[in-house]
Design a protein around this ligand. Structure first.
Ligand code: PNS
Length: 174
């Protein structure tokens, strides 16, 4: 152990952990997938946790969002997709997850993410939130903007997986 560089030790430690990557994913974007790939390289098991929204009115049903994510992550090792409702920390406990993975794109994300991370820490100090940055090519991409641009006839090519584009086309077919 003494001769092993500490960076390798911590990488091994993370590889033994289960992490949750929660979100609405309405719809999943290439920014989400970029983060899933990064998270899957760090953690031994990464569960993409799709919120079964009760308050927001999502465009896609929970089932559709889960299906799209399963299809889009099929080739990424040790990634699972599940849906949840209620408190994230309760779902983390159920899954044996000790980390929550979130992406920070820009400083504008920081306040919301800090509030969630600190609230989750208060609710369960055993669950640690880990932030990763997506590739800069996706730093302005959000599910909300994807829906808006697509609905108004703009191109979203390269910003979402083709299967998501096809689903959007089917939803908004005139
Ligand atoms: O993609 P989003 O909409 O930014 O994801 C938000 C999400 C799903 C991570 C957040 O709303 C959440 O964790 N909801 C579950 C309810 C909960 O635990 N709330 C208290 C923690 S802030």
């Amino acid at each position: 152990m003494g001769s092993v560089p500490s960076r390798t030790v911590s990488a091994q430690a993370a590889a033994g952990l289960t992490a949750l990557y929660p979100g609405s994913f309405d719809p999943p974007t290439n920014g989400h997938l970029d983060l899933i790939e990064r998270g899957a390289r760090l953690f031994g098991r990464l569960i993409v946790a799709v919120l079964r929204n009760t308050e927001k009115a999502p465009l896609f049903t929970t089932g559709e969002r889960v299906e799209m994510l399963r299809e889009a992550t099929r080739s990424i090792p040790h990634v699972e997709v599940a849906e949840f409702e209620g408190l994230l920390v309760d779902f983390a406990r159920q899954c044996g997850a000790s980390a929550v993975l979130r992406g920070i794109r820009a400083i504008s994300d920081y306040e919301y993410e800090m509030q969630m991370a600190l609230m989750n820490r208060r609710l369960d100090p055993q669950v640690e939130t880990v932030f990763l940055m997506p590739a800069e090519a996706y730093s302005y991409v959000s599910s909300r903007l994807i829906k808006e641009v697509y609905r108004l006839g703009g191109s979203i090519q390269g910003l979402v997986p083709p299967l998501v584009e096809a689903r959007l086309r089917a939803k908004w077919r005139p």
